[in-house]
Design a protein around this ligand. Structure first.
Ligand code: PEP
Length: 254
């Protein structure tokens, strides 16, 4: 049975008070698509105001620290995110894996901490262009997933309901380029196998999102691919006018 589609926006380091009107516009429009889960992951400082502007709508963070509290200057814990009104968080985005040198082990620890605290998690994986061109994308991303997936008794109880994977080829993020439809299908099928190996039957029900230059003009084709259960959307999530056609495409594909 097809999973309910999830379309999540990643605002990255974009969004000021003036943009709360856009959060509200997206939340209001999302009510028209009850068969799609829609969320916006906004900068940490905007979470509380976004949650107040859009009651009942899923507001997420873009990162979380693995510790519950303590001497971690500048970091934010899962409890703090929940307290501010977030219901989910991204972990392991390639921009953080690269710029902050986050390892698979750290990403796993963050995912586990978030799940245990009660946040849903979108865990990102994806290959660099040289890996794709060398023909090693599938093995590389499978290994990255294996090493990043949350385990342990506290996290296991939250799978599949609170975990989603986002396959985001690094070279497709913000570039306007996407893999071929066959390449997306191959990767999502390969990740589905690894999820089943990790979690058994529950692994078949963990949504696998595609991310990287998703827009209104390519969303329907991407959502038609087997094992593509939604999208993580960057640039095209900043405006309701760009984002809602992607949500509509997900609704049509459901
Ligand atoms: C992202 O940052 O997760 C992303 C997919 O960005 P974009 O849609 O802009 O490629």
């Amino acid at each position: 049975m097809a999973l309910k589609k999830l379309v999540a926006g990643n605002w990255k380091m974009n969004g000021l008070s003036a943009d709360l009107a856009e959060v509200k516009a997206i939340a209001d429009a999302a009510r028209g698509y009850p068969r799609v889960d829609v969320a916006l992951c906004v900068p940490a400082v905007l979470i509380e105001r976004a949650a107040r502007a859009a009651p009942g709508f899923a507001i997420g963070a873009q990162d979380v620290h693995e510790a519950t509290s303590g001497a971690h200057t500048g970091c934010v814990s899962a409890a703090m995110l929940l307290d501010a009104g977030a219901s989910l968080t991204i972990v392991g985005h390639s921009e953080r894996r690269e710029a902050q040198r986050e390892s698979d082990a750290e990403v796993r620890a963050k995912a586990e901490a978030a799940l245990v605290a009660g946040l849903k998690v979108i865990l990102c994986v994806g290959e660099a262009l040289d890996v794709r061109e060398a023909g090693n994308a599938v093995e590389t991303v499978q290994a990255q997933l294996d090493a990043s997936l949350p385990h342990g008794p506290g996290a296991a109880a939250h799978i599949p309901d609170d975990l989603a994977i986002a396959y985001e080829p690094i070279w497709a993020i913000g570039t306007g380029r996407i893999p071929t439809i066959d390449a997306i299908a191959e990767m999502h099928a390969a990740l589905r196998l690894r999820l089943a190996a990790a979690y058994g039957d529950a692994g078949g029900r963990v949504p696998i999102l595609y991310g990287g230059s998703v827009k209104a003009s390519n969303a329907a084709e991407i959502f038609s691919v087997p094992n593509v259960d939604g999208a993580l959307v960057g640039g095209a999530s900043l405006k309701a006018a760009d984002f809602m056609p992607i949500v509509a495409a997900a609704a049509s594909a459901t």
